[in-house]
Each structure stands twice: as C-alpha cells, then as structure tokens.
Design a binder for this molecule. Structure first.
Ligand SMILES: [Zn+2]
Length: 599
C-alpha cells in the first residue's frame, strides 16, 4: 500500500483576518509540504477549517450586534478567498460548525468517557440572574485582588499581568449590561491528563530525536518539570457543540478540546463528500501513515500533548463507534513542526493597531509566488523572524527576477528565436555540460531530504543556489557568443541549460507553484503539474457551509508515480513563446508600503 500523508493545518480562528505572520507560521509551510509529498506520488490529505466557536467570536458578535454565526461565516469566506489566491491546496478546508464535526467531536467525548478518562467537578462561576446564564471569563470585569486595577478581566489582569482566580475578583460586573453577577455552582467534565501522562511521555520520547527543540521543550520538557493535571473540557455557553450527556443542556464542549478534533472530522467529511465513507481510515488507522501538524508556537501544548492525549485515551473506541468491524487505535502525530512568530518591521504584528500585512490586501498589489518566496526565506523555523519591506523588494528583484526568472526567460527566448521554438539536439555533451547536470540532479536528493524534514528555508535556499550554478555555467558557455562562430556548440549549452531549468522548475514547484506551472506550460507539457482548488456549498442540519476542496484528476500528481526525479528533456520537442515569470519592482514600493502600516 502506498504511503499516506496527513497534512494537518492550524484552524484559523474565525474572528480576525489572516496576515503574513499567520501564513508563514503554518498555512504556507503546510501547502509546500503537501505539494512535495504529492510530487513523490504519496496519498496526501491536507485538512483544516475555520474554528467557529468560543467566546472571542461571541464577544465580537455582541459588540457588532450580530450573531456568532454571521461573524464566523464572514471570516470563513475571506479565508477561502485568500487560500485560493495564494494557491494553498487543501483537500478539504471546512469548519467546526457542521453537523459532521458535532457528531465526530461528540463521539470522541463519548469514547474518552467510556474509557474512563473523563471526570466531573463542581466549581463556582459568575452567573447573571438578569440574563439567566453563566458568564464566560471574558464577560466579567472587576477589581484585581492583586494590584487593585479596577478594570481587570476575571481571568487575567492586564496591569499586573497575573492570571486571576475568577471567583476572587472584587466588585465584579457584567461586561454585557453592567449588572452585578453572583457566584453559582456549576458542574463540568475534565480530561484526566494525569492518568494519561505515562503514555504521553512514552509517545513523546519516540519523537525526541527529530522534533524541533522548542516543540520538545514545550511538551516533554514541560511534563517532566510540572506534570499533567486535569483540564475542564466543557463550559457554560450555548454557542458551540452540546455536551452529549443527558441533563447537560446549556453547556458545550470547550473550544480547545473540540477544535483539534477537526483534523479527524475534516477527513471524515471529505470521505463522505466523495462517497467513500471509510476512506478516512487510510489517514487515521493505516500502517503506512505520517501525519504532520503545521502550527504556530502558541499552539504547541495542544498539538504535542493534549491532542495525542485525546487520541491515546480513545484507544479503538472511536473507530468502533464509527462502525469498523476491526476497530483500531488512531495514528499519533509523526511531526509537529511548529514555527515561531514573524514580526513586522521590527515590531510585533498587531491586528487591532493595523500593524500587519494582510494576505488578501497584499495580493491586490502583488503576485502570489513572490509572497510565497519571501515568506519562506523569512520563515520563523527556529527563532522569531521579521517581515521587512526593503528585504522583500531586494529578494524579489535580486533573486526571483535576476537569478531565476531571467535565467529561464533568457535561455528560452534565445532558443525560441534561434531554433524556431524547438529544443535542439545537442549531440554528445561536453564534460562541463555533464558536470552541471550532475550538480543539478543531486538537488533531487539534497532538497528532497530537507523537505522530508520540513527544513523549508534551507531547501529553498539550496534550489536558488542551484539556479546560480546554471548562471555561472552560462557565464563560461554563453550560447549567445558561441552561436556567432559555432551553432553546434551553442546547441550543447542551450540544451544543458534547458535541461537544468526543467529540473529546477520541479524543485521550485512546491514553493512557487504558479510560476513553475507557467514554465511547464511554456515547455508545452499537456498535463498540469498539480490540481486546483474549488469551492462548494454543503448543506446539513446546521445550514449551509462553504468548503474548499482540491481536484487533481488531470494533473501529473494524480497518477501516484514518484515525479521527484530527473526526467530527460525530449530533443526536437517544440515549445511555446516564453513570458517573463516575475515582475521587477520599483524601489518606491518600500516607502509606499511602510507608510500604510499602523494607519
Ligand atoms: Zn492586577
């Protein structure tokens, strides 16, 4: 059976637009890896969706006098529009507000409960008798019992920075209507993480040799220092997934507990939408599965500890509840390549201060591949990084345009003109020609090795270095000079450079899919390299939701063959008139763009 790759991508919270820091943190690296594995002929499932529940969305809805549903739908649509424009090829991008997700999340809850990993505790929470409901932490303000700040939130004080015990807050008031709430007892379910600690530690130890140090520190390191304690997985809120237990009306599953279940429910939904109801098991119960979780560093504990805890705790009970005749446990994360944060011009990105470069706004003025390129060169893989407009400008003009784009365009235009749009027969290649081709060919191994390890910055830098090698070769074996005295010699140089460019096109393809495809079209290949994204509206008991999907029926990657290899360029093949791959930018954009920030 072929290898199945699950590309699990962070679920954007549907209450804010997506900026470049979010893109480079998780969504873009996920797409690059998905494309790479598709080129290797593996069965890829890239899954994510909008995180639709939780109090930040209800707070925003209250502030705008609208419903949480409308807030979520508005952002969900803008996420889908951005992903289509940037070429992020999700097999399914759905949402947590679907009947399917409700059902799967409730099944996970029930499996954990049946296996003895849930318990209940009664605690005191602020209750509004005027509204007849419990008030979530963010809805209650009062005086901080530590520093006396009169405007502290019940769970945290902005002035002294301390986490607060909600019930100790002084002079509490409801943010909704200013009324005084009272403390009332309420019962909640907890996930018994301490009971699962030993198995989580054993799991993390098997990943110690290759996970990023920061991820290991925030998972295994943290557990070995502090140990694990139970965490509440339900709360008093009506916007969310109901607790599937009789008598628990008015309570729902905590968003941190149910959103991660989306990686599982999303694949189940994909299987249903494609009329292959059991297909999700290929990525969740198979023997040859690797699952990669692309997230930002703020999400490490949820993906490296809590989600594995939910998976381990379920055992085979979930698969059994799904009707499997031979129930199996679910596959644990293979890698969690969490990124650090990207700053902007030396300052922390802040959406509320508009100190951000927004994805959709950027793509109004620039093409997607220059964004993808710059975001990889500045990807915060091991430490925080910085978006700098001057550097974006320099890298676009000096690397994308000068090193790669001009190389491809110059060689193709020259060949098109002097050999009437036909790839010339080079005869026997010279030693220097063979040496260059060996160098480029070796890139399939070395770049591929880095992509397997999710070292994307290093992988892309290496492809760009290989492109420079072709430029160096052309400095010595310049066909534009050779042709004046010996067209046969020029044909050798042209053929060698074209072959190198065709291989580089494939190595660049996961990073720069749009321009690699343009080059692929120029070389008159009838099949596109990758498939394409499209949307559809799905109706269920909760209403309609928009889903982003992926179709590669006619693409090269649909065949399941390993395409990551040096295929020979056919001699005497006709190709199309080349067009420039990238646009040179004016330096004035740097000041223009900087002047927009913070306004
Ligand atoms: Zn305080």
């Amino acid at each position: 059976m072929e290898e199945h790759i699950l590309i699990a991508v962070a679920w954007p919270y549907a209450n804010a637009n997506i900026h470049v820091g979010n893109l480079t943190g998780s969504y873009l690296p996920a797409d690059i890896c998905a494309r790479y594995h598709r080129l290797r002929g593996r069965k890829v499932m890239m899954v994510s969706g909008s995180d639709a529940h939780g109090t930040p969305i209800t707070v925003k809805a209250d502030a705008q006098s609208t419903s949480p549903l409308e807030i979520y739908e508005q952002y969900h649509e803008s996420f889908v529009a951005l992903f289509l424009k940037l070429g992020l090829n999700y097999n399914i991008f759905t949402s947590t507000h679907t009947s399917n997700h409700f059902d799967i999340a409730q099944k996970v809850f029930t499996a954990l409960k049946e296996n003895g990993y849930l318990y209940t505790t009664t605690e005191k929470q602020w209750y509004s008798s005027a509204q007849k409901r419990f008030l979530p932490d963010r809805y209650v303000e009062g005086t901080c019992y530590i520093c006396g700040n009169p405007d502290a939130r019940s769970d945290q004080c902005e002035r002294c920075g301390q986490m607060l015990e909600a019930e100790l807050l002084q002079n509490p008031r409801s943010k909704v209507d200013g009324s005084t709430p009272e403390l009332k007892e309420t019962e909640h379910f907890y996930l018994d993480l301490s009971k699962l600690q030993e198995e989580i530690v054993d799991f993390l130890k098997t990943r110690e040799s290759y996970w990023r140090p920061n991820v290991m520190r925030q998972s295994l390191g943290q557990i070995l220092t502090d140990g694990l304690r139970g965490r509440p997985i339900t709360r008093d809120l009506d916007w969310g997934i109901p607790v599937p237990v009789d008598g628990w009306d008015g309570k729902c599953l905590y968003v941190w507990f149910e959103a991660v279940i989306g990686y599982l429910s999303g694949v189940v939904e994909w299987s249903k939408l494609h009329n292959q109801s059991g297909a999700w098991r290929h990525w969740w119960t198979g023997d040859k599965v690797r699952s990669f979780y692309f997230i930002g560093k703020d999400n490490i504990p949820f993906h490296a500890v809590i989600w594995p805890a939910e998976l381990i705790g379920m055992g085979d009970a979930f698969d059994k509840a799904m009707g499997s005749p031979e129930p199996k446990p679910l596959v644990l994360p293979y890698d969690v390549p969490a990124n650090e944060f990207m700053n902007l011009e030396g300052r922390k990105i802040s959406g509320s201060a508009n100190w951000a470069v927004w994805g959709l706004d950027f793509l109004e003025r620039y093409d997607p591949d220059p964004l993808r390129y710059y975001l990889v060169t500045a990807m915060p893989e091991n430490r925080d990084s910085d978006w700098d407009w001057e550097e974006f400008f320099q890298r676009n003009n000096n690397e994308l345009v000068a090193t790669w784009g001009n190389l491809a365009n110059r060689v193709l235009s020259f060949t098109y003109k002097h050999w009437e749009g036909v790839i010339p027969d080079p005869g026997d290649l010279r030693e220097a020609d063979l040496a260059l081709l060996e160098t480029i060919k070796a890139g399939f191994d070395s770049v591929g090795d880095k992509l397997e390890k999710v070292q994307l910055r290093a992988a892309l830098a290496e492809v760009m270095t290989l492109a420079s090698e072709v430029n160096k070769y052309l400095d010595v074996h310049a066909p534009w000079f050779e042709i004046k005295t010996d067209k046969a010699e020029a044909a050798k140089s042209v053929y060698t450079a074209l072959q190198a460019i065709d291989w580089l096109k494939l190595m660049f393809a996961p990073f720069l899919p749009h321009t690699s495809q343009a080059l692929h079209d120029c070389l008159a290949n009838p099949q596109p390299i990758f498939g394409y994204g499209y949307t559809k509206s799905v109706e269920d008991d909760l209403g309609k939701h928009l889903v982003l999907e992926y179709c590669d029926d006619n693409a090269m990657t649909s065949v399941g063959q390993d395409l990551w290899s040096p295929v020979l360029l056919p001699i005497n093949k006709t190709f199309n008139q080349p067009v420039p791959l990238f646009k040179k930018l004016e330096h004035a954009i740097v000041e223009d763009e900087r002047s927009r920030l913070g306004k």
